[in-house]
Design a protein around this ligand. Structure first.
Ligand code: C5P
Length: 249
């Protein structure tokens, strides 16, 4: 119960490593995407937009249906609030949730402890608790604006080490930082989840640090989060096939 799915990771097929972002405004659109891709991806992600529009009932509907849900609400608040929010997410049956590593060590440790304790007590599967390092839409200039002068690579390495020391299961980071994280954190079970995946030829949208699916997996990403390249495609299954391409991992 306390190590959900961990033993499966090394043998995951490429499609199982894909988390499709349900970045849509309505439950109906989310259900439509799940209807099209349900068995073709490993998990679905519910972020701020859909959660704000459709609420926890939709999360529960999907977890009850047996889907793996990554609740991407990037909690960042005082330790007590984040720990309690994460416990509520665990009670919704989510597979993965995330917090901002910029919230600091006390926030992360209390969250991990509270989730573990609640799951043991209530006999529910413990969700993976993942830390957001630096958003993939950020650049050194954006970090400079908010008073962080150390540069993305150095900052991501520092935050990943902190997350690992606090007992988090892994981090979210751009595909460009996978190697840096692997050097910073040597625990093999520490997961790397990467958004910012694009087809070679496609638009980057607002993402600044992108790579293809194959590059990210070859570099060592455990899971990739893909939003617009799939959900905005006319034929989503076809877009997914193109993204997966010929990777052998
Ligand atoms: O459409 P696109 O593929 O860029 O979507 C990426 C998804 O990953 C979005 O839902 C975004 O909120 C999420 N995400 C991200 N960067 C992070 C964490 C999550 O882009 N650091």
């Amino acid at each position: 119960m306390t190590k959900p799915f961990a033993s499966e990771y090394p043998v995951l097929r490429p499609k199982d490593r894909i988390i499709s972002a349900l970045d849509v405004a309505t439950a109906a659109e989310a259900r439509e995407i799940i209807g099209e891709l349900g068995s073709e991806v490993g998990a679905f992600k519910i972020g701020s937009q859909l959660f704000t529009a459709a609420g926890p009932a939709l999360v529960r509907e999907f977890t009850d249906a047996g889907l793996r849900i990554f609740l991407d609400l990037k909690f960042h608040d005082i330790p007590n609030t984040v720990a309690n929010a994460a416990v509520e997410a665990a009670r919704l049956g989510v597979w993965m949730l995330n917090v901002h590593t910029l919230g600091g060590s006390e926030m992360m440790k209390r969250t991990v402890d509270a989730v573990r304790l609640a799951c043991e007590k209530e006999k529910i599967a413990r969700p993976l608790v993942i830390g957001v390092t630096i958003l993939t839409s950020s650049t050194d200039a954006v970090l400079g604006e908010i008073g962080i002068d150390s540069g993305i690579e150095e900052q991501v390495a520092k935050l990943a080490r902190l997350a690992a020391d606090c007992g988090l299961d892994g981090v979210v980071a751009s595909p460009h930082e996978i190697k840096t994280i692997k050097e910073a954190v040597t625990k093999p079970e520490f997961l790397i989840v990467t958004p910012g995946i694009r087809l070679q030829s496609a638009t980057k949208d607002d993402q600044k640090r992108v790579k293809t699916f194959t590059e990210a997996i070859d570099d060592g990403a455990d899971f990739v989060v893909i939003g617009r390249p799939i959900i905005q495609a006319k034929d989503r299954s076809e877009a997914l096939k193109q993204i997966i391409g010929s990777t052998h991992k």
